[in-house]
Design a protein around this ligand. Sequence first.
Ligand SMILES: Nc1ncnc2c1ncn2[C@@H]1O[C@H](COP(=O)(O)OP(=O)(O)OP(=O)(O)O)[C@@H](O)[C@H]1O
Length: 434
Amino acid sequence: MAGYPQTMVSLKKMLTSLTTFFSTAFVNLGNEFIPPAVRSLFFIVVHYFFTPQFTLIIEETAGLRNNQIYEAATTYLRTKISYSSKSKRIKVSKTNRQEKLSIDIVVGEVVIDHFENIELKWRLNSEKEKEDSDPHIYFTLAFDKIYEKDVLESYFPYVVARFEQIQKEEKERMRTIKLYSRDCARDRPGGEWVSINLEHPATFEKLAMDPALKMKVKDDLDRFVRRKELYKKVGKVWKRGYLLYGPPGTGKSSLIAAMANYLKFNIYDLNLSGGRYSDADLRRTLLSTSNRSILVIEDIDCGAQLEDREQENNSDTPFIKFTLAGLLNMIDGLWSSSGDERIIVFTTNHKDRLDPVLLRPGRMDVHVHMSYCTMDGLKILASNYLDFNCDHELYGHIEGLLGNVEVTPAEIAEVLLKKGGTDRCCSWQTCRIS
Ligand SMILES: Nc1ncnc2c1ncn2[C@@H]1O[C@H](COP(=O)(O)OP(=O)(O)OP(=O)(O)O)[C@@H](O)[C@H]1O
């Protein structure tokens, strides 16, 4: 209470004592005679009149710098506006780059927030010193005086933390995902990473694959990104390996794009058959990938370029052909010192050709079988390409056909792409799986 005038302290004590006295007396005397509804009304009135309110003023700047609380409140209160019954007007806007409407508090409006059991009334104010001067905009925050310490020591840090979290999420949403591949035209053996923006529209929702498997992959990714502390605790490199296997055209590349879009991770596409790498080249290549990324090594069964380590005789530079196991050991070694939140995805059309040692957990933790099209997959494709979302009389017939033929989602997508856009119902009737 240091810094408060003595009269304020006495006033506070008196009001608090009065509140306590009236409440106790009322409880003791009234419990038997007064109906509960009247009793609660009494408590509201007592609380309203006898608990002193305290108001804080939060200006836009603190000296020459921005006031962090003001900035945090502006963002934080947007998440509270719709819940506040007191707001009669809100500001709404949307630019053509925004997906959603953004809403803002309007000058003069009150936004109510609750923190633990404290009710907090925010109000945005505007004042002009002179007719032609710029308006002075500031927040006031009113609450019961008894919670002063809680507001200053717990509520404000909470608002700032929420603001930082919202900002982080916003940044993640806006992040452009890059697809890196090797530019082998450069002088260096193995080339350099060059990037383009990944504009692959694949999402988990649009992928034609077994719904349970899709959910399993999504859950696994969620668990992986949440478990930073656990990986640290058990001394494991924070990485996860996926093996996607299945015939060509079943959506392995599409799944990788969906994973990148979902996690907002960049993709590094390492085509080992396209470059000639010495040990040092490969190490440099891997070290120049960033955290929060997916390293893709496609078609790992195409072993011609991944035979046993051997040195080529006809060159001064020791170019080396790698075994996959050698490459993975190198990755483990490098990432154990510099890699965080890394995903490595291998694809193959022939899982059976891979050395079982490579398939063990820790190397390839999750095996995902991308299969020929099933009825569930077909319905998703029909919805993607024809906006067709209900059952169709032909579905029974198609299900029978799918049981007898092996057709990839890519093949079906191709047919639907040709048919889509015209008369949808008619085109659906004429799609044939042959
Ligand atoms: N499961 C799927 N869901 C939705 N679309 C798919 C699926 N599989 C294939 N497609 C469509 O077919 C195209 C080719 O598929 P994709 O390249 O993902 O297959 P892949 O299994 O990676 O083939 P490959 O083994 O030849 O690389 C995709 O761009 C997409 O339009």
